[in-house]
Ligand binder design. Structure first.
Ligand SMILES: [Zn+2]
Length: 497
């Protein structure tokens, strides 16, 4: 009886054992299987023995660009990176890519599968309630893959079962798309502008919600604006007990408070810290949602230095989501033809209307926004200089014309605007995400043994970062996908489905 009890206790413990890093890697990056007919349509280069010849390489580590190289791929892995003159073993299919650059597949760390729709949006900005969040199960994964985003973290789900089933369908070769770290549903507090979100009522509810979705297969979590310190702590502890990480787009909880509670990651650069918003009450999201704090934070000041040092000492990573903020701050560079073509008519009209309103805002408001933008760019730069782990993702809700994939590439360009070199910006968008996820031995840079997850672009992004948009071919697990076909299949549909 005792033995039987002991056995069942062991069994029970095994069944509820926390996920370990190896399990996470196997879940995120399962062994590839044969593609269905549906996926075959988008494949340009089937898996096998492939030699990418005469290529320039930006390897994702921040190291100098390599010229005149050959990459050998065998099935889903990189076999070797060698001089162009070195002999290529027999049996390889050779692609001559002179003039092109190979980069690691992007690891997108704020890469949603949804869109935000404002019903009956009027020229004066009014829209009918409630705010709707249509799921982009069809368009988003194709747009990510077409633009070289081979791994995504969904960073807040509005249809968690859809996202989990989508991941399984992609992993089984039934649908085209990236590797997915499926984030559970938003961990939102008692109030929310989004009708789609569960509102957590107390600490036990926070713990139970994390436990339930971890059991269902979610591999990461995201806390949202109205969560309180107590609820956030309960969610962090439950996620960590299972070996899973948790990030937050916070408001009621400050960056310093969240760091002390043990959060792993903060979203939106330094834009949404509410610590110094006038009149802020503990555990309440102020209506100013962080604007005064970032506007008045001197990037060279003591407060900024202390905040950055605190985040780094607590090992809190920061996700840069510059494309989501760009339309607010830069009137000239946020109209992208490719993104507009991908959008549905309603999404495009909504975006253009919001853009018109932003551009016509009073000068004083625009100057204040500009200051917030400049301060954030400088703070992201200083965070990295001090040793912080900065990652990247576009937050593609298309409010600002941000579309999956195109937004990820734009994010890299904006990191260069922030003062990073092109090589540093690529590292932030590739290897740094892999480091955070604990899978840097598998993805995020170009090296023998790693996944053949690669972007091939025309030109040289290390000289002209805009070349990163000239995507010719995308390898995921050693299979070469045709970006044009993927894009054509979703044209006019982002915003619709
Ligand atoms: Zn987001």
């Amino acid at each position: 009886m005792l033995a039987k009890f002991a056995m069942s206790a062991v069994l029970a413990a095994a069944l509820s054992a926390p996920a370990i890093a190896g399990n996470f890697a196997a879940t995120l990056l399962p062994s590839p299987v044969a593609a269905s007919n549906e996926v075959q349509r988008y494949i340009k280069v089937p898996a096998g023995q492939i030699a990418l010849r005469h290529v320039r390489i930006i390897d994702g580590t921040g190291a100098a660009t390599q010229q005149d190289r050959t990459i050998l791929i065998v099935q889903d892995r990189i076999r070797a990176v060698q001089d162009d003159g070195a002999p290529i073993p027999s049996g390889y299919k050779t692609l001559d890519l002179a003039g092109s650059t190979v980069l690691p597949g992007i690891v997108g760390m704020h890469d949603h599968i949804f869109h935000i729709a404002r019903p009956n949006l009027e020229e004066n900005g009014h829209f009918d309630s409630p705010l709707i969040v249509p799921q982009m199960t069809f368009a988003a994964p194709r747009l990510y893959l077409a633009n070289g985003v081979t791994t995504i973290r969904t960073t807040g789900s509005v249809e968690p079962y859809t996202d989990l089933n989508l991941k399984h369908a992609i992993d089984k070769g039934e649908l085209p798309g990236p590797h997915m770290d499926v984030t559970g549903p938003y961990l939102e507090g008692a109030t929310s502008p989004f009708i789609v979100m569960h509102r957590i009522q107390n600490t036990d509810d926070a713990r139970r919600t994390v436990a339930f979705w971890a059991d269902e297969g979610a591999t990461s979590f995201k806390a949202y604006m109205n969560i309180t310190r107590g609820e956030l702590k309960a969610a962090i502890d439950e996620a960590h007990r299972r070996g899973l990480k948790i990030t937050g787009h916070l408001c009621a909880v400050t960056y310093d408070e969240a760091a002390d509670l043990g959060i792993d990651n903060l979203e939106h650069g330094f834009f949404v810290n509410t610590a110094n918003d006038p009149g802020r009450q503990p555990d309440v999201c102020p209506s100013t949602v962080g604007a005064p704090t970032i506007e008045n934070m001197d990037p060279d000041g003591l407060a900024a230095k202390a905040l950055i040092a605190h985040l780094i000492s607590r090992h809190v990573a920061v996700t840069s989501t510059l494309p989501a903020f760009e339309p607010l701050f830069d009137e000239h560079s946020s109209l992208y033809a490719k993104s507009l073509e991908a959008m549905s008519r309603e999404a495009r009209e909504g975006y253009l209307l919001v853009r018109r309103r932003l551009m016509n805002a009073p000068e004083q408001a625009r100057k204040a926004r500009e200051k917030r933008w400049r301060n954030d760019l400088a703070l992201e730069r200083k965070f990295v200089d001090a040793g912080g782990l900065l990652m990247s993702g576009p937050d593609p809700t298309s409010t600002g014309g941000i579309v999956p994939g195109y937004g990820d590439l734009r994010g890299i360009e904006l990191l260069v605007e922030a003062g990073f070199t092109p090589l540093e910006a690529v590292k932030i968008a590739t290897l740094n995400g892999a480091i955070f996820l604990g899978v840097a031995d598998r993805i995020g840079s170009i090296a023998p043994g790693k996944n053949a997850d690669l972007i091939i672009v025309q030109g040289d992004p290390s000289q002209s970062i805009a070349d990163i948009e000239q995507v010719q071919l995308v390898f995921k697990d050693g299979v070469g996908y045709d970006p044009d076909k993927l894009v054509a299949s979703v044209k006019g549909h982002f915003g619709q489905y």
